[in-house]
Design a protein around this ligand. Structure first.
Ligand SMILES: NC(=O)c1ccc[n+]([C@@H]2O[C@H](COP(=O)([O-])OP(=O)(O)OC[C@H]3O[C@@H](n4cnc5c(N)ncnc54)[C@H](OP(=O)(O)O)[C@@H]3O)[C@@H](O)[C@H]2O)c1
Length: 246
């Protein structure tokens, strides 16, 4: 049997790139992101063969047409795994957050995933045992000040995942969510910082004493792709070093 096909959004950076590196030895990947350069860089480092990179903006009006054309041109006739990982983070107090910012956060973090899922739905239903993994955030469950637009968009994702899991269970498609805590990626200013004080402050905020790395999230993705997870659907896995229970 040919390799499973996985679509990973936001694969050009951070968590998505690490998920791609983790899945690449055993699956054929379709890497999505905005930056062609970054996507090609990630692709060039992957193990395995037959991976494809496609740069797109999930907020583009032409998204559905572009994805459909890409699938047709590359003869993609099934999708075994869809990982809705792409996202952007805006930090601002509600009093300073415009409705436009709310719209933009939802367009990328929520509607981007909804629309990409709709593009893949027929192809996902072709294989029994296929699945969708949505990358939300602990802020979607337990928000903190100055994150209202982002947190609301991530809460929507968790809620939507549950409905989707129920609706798709009949066709054998599993849907799960992963909610990471603070993970060191370019989405944060402290990523790769050489400032020891800043680093220490960020680490000390975490109950386990250190911020997460993309491998901690990719590890859960790997687990969800294992046979042992065949009975797991409609769950939200919080991977956060304990911050949401502190
Ligand atoms: N890092 C954390 O602490 C943390 C915690 C909780 C949840 N998350 C979630 O984890 C996911 C991955 O984030 P990350 O930390 O790995 O951040 P990152 O390194 O900044 O990666 C974000 C990815 O999303 C893509 N992206 C952003 N806007 C897009 C758009 N409009 N269309 C298409 N692709 C778009 C980016 O593409 P380009 O780079 O090509 O523009 C990039 O590949 C996000 O959903 C984020 O909300 C992260």
């Amino acid at each position: 049997m040919s390799k499973q096909i996985a679509v990973v959004s936001g694969a050009s950076s951070g968590i998505g790139a690490e998920i791609a590196r983790t899945l690449a030895p055993t699956m054929s990947l379709i890497l999505l992101g905005r930056s062609t350069e970054k996507l090609e860089q990630v692709k060039s480092e992957l193990a395995g063969e037959g991976h494809l990179a496609f740069s797109l903006d999930l907020t583009d009006e032409q998204l559905e047409t572009n994805v459909s054309n890409f699938f047709a041109e590359n003869k993609i006739d099934r999708v075994d795994l869809l990982i809705n990982n792409a996202g952007a983070f805006v930090r601002s107090a509600f009093s300073e957050t415009t409705v436009e910012t709310f719209r933009q956060q939802f367009e990328t973090n929520f509607f981007g995933s909804v629309r990409l899922t709709a593009c893949c739905l027929t192809l996902l239903s072709k294989t029994k045992g296929s699945q969708i993994i949505n990358i939300s955030s602990t802020l979607g469950i337990r928000p903190v000040p100055s994150t209202s637009a982002y947190s609301a968009s991530k809460a929507a994702m968790i809620n939507w995942s549950t409905t989707l899991a129920l609706e798709l269970s009949e066709s054998g498609v599993r849907v799960n969510c992963i909610s990471p805590g603070l993970v060191e990626t370019p989405i944060h200013d402290f990523c790769g910082t050489k400032e020891a004080d800043l680093r220490k402050a960020v680490d000390s905020m975490q109950p386990l004493g250190f911020v997460g790395q993309p491998k901690h999230i990719a590890g859960m993705v790997k687990h969800l792709c294992s046979e042992e997870s065949e009975w797991t659907t409609g769950s939200n896995f919080v991977i956060d070093g304990g911050i949401s229970i502190a």
